[in-house]
Structure formats: structure tokens, C-alpha cells
Design a protein around this ligand. Structure first.
Ligand code: PHE
Length: 333
């Protein structure tokens, strides 16, 4: 082969390369090209073999030509490989793209039952006034539910608290007042507690009665407490829970475990009087029963209905709505 011939071959190979490489669009095709041109039996490699057949004085020139051709093809292969890699990465990024502006999956949020909201709010009001939260069993003995609260077996007041009996002297508590007894028996005075809880009475359900309902009891026993403190505490509660501008009215009532006893009404003029709770000074007989000295300490208590507070707050007219679990009702609070 002469130098001219070699030069012509180089030109042919260059054109072959241009054609073949234009048609290569993936890494496998590029690898096949590399083998075809630069592999052990590749067209460029075999030209290097032909170099040896040239006269010595032409070899240097021919070597430069071949090296240039090999360099061109190597560089072009690298370029194409790089471009393909970038394309592949781009395609993958596009395919795996996550559109952060798309709306998410909506999950409905629950909320607290209105009775729970009211209970927590009332607990909070009294905790800020220094009261602890206490609780007792819903299945209660006759002793705690009645006897210790001065409601003897044949006391006519038992008719007001007709209950569900589990056994002869075991019943579902009819009020939260038994918690007063349990707490006083477990510690010396002073006592400042609120006792929220479920209560049960054998009432026929109607718009204002439910056989299961909730009360919050308050009890404060300490040296020197009078009815004036009771009035102050209730006034604090009314303005915290119902808001400003309410009048309060105490009227005489009767509970076997308080003396005197009162029914408390509130109203925002010119509205009607609304009954909010029963209350009274703890009867000395109850203090004696729990081992306190009525000459040393005095106290007062009240019991309010959680349902009643919620009904007054939101203008709800049927107590049964609280237990039907109708989401259309519950989601309004
Ligand atoms: N336990 C009474 C009731 O359920 C309410 C009450 C509590 C009255 C405390 C006075 C003192 O009707």
C-alpha cells in the first residue's frame, strides 16, 4: 500500500464512520461501532497493520494520519456515550418526576365530641382555680351512692335517683356525688376537686332525659368556707363558661347531703332564668361519715349536667342528639 492509498482508505473509513454513527442511538449500537472500528479486527486497527507494509520514510506521516483518525473516532464515541447517558438520566428524571403542586389525598379530620369539649373546658376552668380532677367507678355500691350521702334505704329522696341495679347493693351510679365520699375518705382536708363522669338513671328517654348522661361534681372542703365562697366560685364559672353579663339566682332546694341546698339559675337580661346546677353546703353528717370534724372544716359542693351546659351553650334542644353519632350533627362543633 502506498501513502496515497492509505490516505484514501482513511477517508473511506471516516465516511463509513459518519454514516454508521449517525444510525447508532443506544449504548449497544455504540459498543458495536467501537468494535467495528477500533476493535482488534476493526477497520482502523487493520490500517495500523498496513502501516508496516509502507516504506520507512512514509511511516511517520502515515502514523500521524492514522492516529488522528483513531483520535477523532475515540473522541466522537466518548461524546456520543456522554450524550446518551445524559439523555437517559433526563428521561428517568422526567418519568420519576413528582408534581408537588398536585392536590394531596384528603383525609377527613376527626374532632372531639361536643360533650368532651365541654367537659375539658369546665375541667380547665376549675383547674385554673386550684381544683384537681378526681374520678370514681361507674358501678358503685349502695353505700357510696346513697348511704354515705345521707340517703338512707327508706329515704323518700331515693325516688329521685332510681337506678339500674347490678346486684342487691351494687348499681350504676346515679350521680357523681359518691366521688366526694371516696376522695374525702382517702385524704385529710383540705379538698378541692372536680369529678367529671358518666351517670345513669332509669328515666324514659325524651328531649331532656337520657338514661346515660354526664355530670361534673365540685367539692371544696376547708377551714372557714361559707356560702359566700360557693357563690363566688359559681360566679367565676358562669362568667368563664357563658361569658359576661349574666345574673345569678339561688333558690331553696333540698338534697339529703347538703344543708342548706340551692338550685342555681342564671339569665342574661332580658332572657329567661335557666337552671344550671344543684348545690349546697356539705351536710355535717356527711363530714362526720368520712371522718372529718364539722367543727373544724366546712365545705360546699355542686353537681352540674354536662349535656345541659352544652345544650345551653349551643342552643341544642334534644339531648338524644349527643348519643346518635350523626356526623352531620357532630361536625358542627
Ligand atoms: N348529686 C346531685 C344530683 O345529681 C347534685 C348535687 C351535687 C347537689 C352536689 C348538691 C351538691 O342531683
Amino acid at each position: 500500500m502506498t501513502l496515497d492509498e492509505l490516505e484514501a482508505r482513511c477517508e473511506e473509513v471516516r465516511m463509513e464512520w459518519a454514516q454508521a454513527s449517525a444510525a447508532a442511538h443506544d449504548p449497544e449500537a455504540l459498543e458495536a461501532l467501537r468494535v467495528r472500528f477500533l476493535g482488534r479486527k476493526g477497520s482502523v486497527t487493520s490500517l495500523f497493520d498496513a502501516l508496516r507494509a509502507l516504506p520507512p520514510d512514509a511511516r511517520a506521516t502515515a502514523g500521524k494520519l492514522l492516529n488522528a483518525l483513531k483520535g477523532e473516532i475515540t473522541a466522537a464515541l466518548d461524546d456520543r456515550r456522554g450524550a446518551l447517558e445524559r439523555e437517559a438520566i433526563g428521561a428517568r428524571l422526567q418519568a420519576e418526576r413528582c408534581d408537588l403542586s398536585l392536590p394531596g389525598t384528603w383525609r377527613p379530620l376527626g374532632r372531639l365530641h361536643p360533650l368532651t369539649q365541654v367537659r375539658l373546658e369546665i375541667e380547665d376552668i376549675f383547674q385554673k382555680l386550684g381544683f384537681d380532677v378526681a374520678s370514681g367507678p361507674e358501678v358503685e355500691t349502695d353505700y357510696y351512692n346513697f348511704e354515705a350521702l345521707a340517703i338512707g334505704a327508706d329515704h323518700p329522696a331515693r325516688d329521685d335517683w332510681d337506678s339500674f341495679y347490678i346486684e342487691d347493693r351494687l348499681l350504676l351510679r346515679t350521680h357523681t356525688s359518691p366521688v366526694q365520699i371516696r376522695v374525702m375518705k382517702s385524704q385529710p382536708p383540705p379538698v378541692r376537686i372536680v369529678c367529671p363522669g358518666r351517670c345513669y338513671r332509669r328515666d324514659d328517654p325524651d328531649a331532656t332525659h337520657s338514661p346515660v348522661f354526664h355530670q361534673i361534681e365540685l367539692l371544696w372542703v376547708e377551714k372557714g368556707l361559707t356560702m359566700a365562697h360557693l357563690k363566688w366560685i359559681i360566679g367565676e364559672f358562669v362568667s368563664a363558661f357563658f361569658g359576661p353579663g349574666y345574673e345569678m339566682r339561688f333558690s331553696a332546694d333540698f338534697f339529703p347531703f347538703t344543708e342548706p341546698s340551692a338550685q342555681i339559675h342564671i339569665r342574661r337580661p332580658p332572657g329567661d332564668w335557666l337552671e344550671i346546677m344543684g348545690a349546697g353546703m356539705v351536710d355535717p353528717a356527711v363530714l362526720v361519715e368520712v371522718g372529718y370534724d364539722p367543727e373544724e372544716v366546712s365545705g360546699f359542693a355542686f353537681g352540674l349536667g354536662v349535656e345541659r351546659m352544652a345544650m345551653l351553650r349551643w342552643g341544642i334542644e334534644d339531648i338524644r342528639l349527643f348519643y346518635q353519632n350523626d356526623i352531620r350533627f357532630l361536625s358542627q362543633f
